[in-house]
Design a binder for this molecule. Sequence first.
Ligand SMILES: [Zn+2]
Length: 298
Amino acid sequence: MLNVTLWGELGEKFDENAIQAMSEPVVVAFSAMAAKQYMGGLYVASSSGSSYYLDPDIAETKKIKTRFSHSIQAVDFIAGSTKPVLSLEEQKITNRTTIVELQSLNPYQHQETKFTVKATITKLDIQQGWFYNACPRCYRQLKQSGTSWWCDSHGHLTTMPISWYKINARIEDNTGGMSIVMFGKTVQSLINKPCSILTIQEGYTDPTVIPPILNQLKGISKIFVIQFRLRGAFIDAVVVKTFDDDMQQMLLPTPTTTSIVELPSSSISLDPKTPQLETKKTTKKQLIFTEPIIEEVK
Ligand SMILES: [Zn+2]
């Protein structure tokens, strides 16, 4: 058994409905896939040039269908399979983009997406301060009236608020620069110091006075995981996580395809001019007009 990971558009467009409507066993041929290693096991993942073909019109399809004609179970769609658990290596390269590319997107349309950007923190902007008083349960900013604190989600606070980093900064790569915001544990992981140590133990209680240690943030180069988040009428580019950028881990040797796929690649002769959409259209037509089994399968 071999796991296949489809990234981005290819994964999103992978037509589960078409497969469910097809007569089993369904043969899928993947092309231009990259072989990868994770936790000692092999898997294949799509690359930018990858495509797939459902029941491709090649000799191997017939062979595989014959082989599995009696033993195959119905295609099992795993719940939540749209959000696979990603390895560290995969997380680091997910939706990799440059700053210019990220800025060209409409943030309102990409709020669900986490992008990764390889960049350097070049400037801190603490005009808005560097921390705030947060609800210990949800880290929302608290409102103060007199000596009491109020959380919009949890109401009147019965414990002390906690101080929570919120730092606006500028990151740059070789394509451009952009403003980002980093909170709590993300900042803490970069300077190895919780916010409460600075406010309570070291006495930096003025959010407009920057503790010197925060200057260490400048010049830090990381892989930033960025997500667009609404804040009232504004939208922030929030750094939700950072990763060390160690290229070594990403440059895995690529095993030969023949060692892990069942079909030697040399024996597959897919017509590169036949796009996958064409294949799917044909398939659907066949199903609708010659094999009225959709009801049955469902
Ligand atoms: Zn709260």
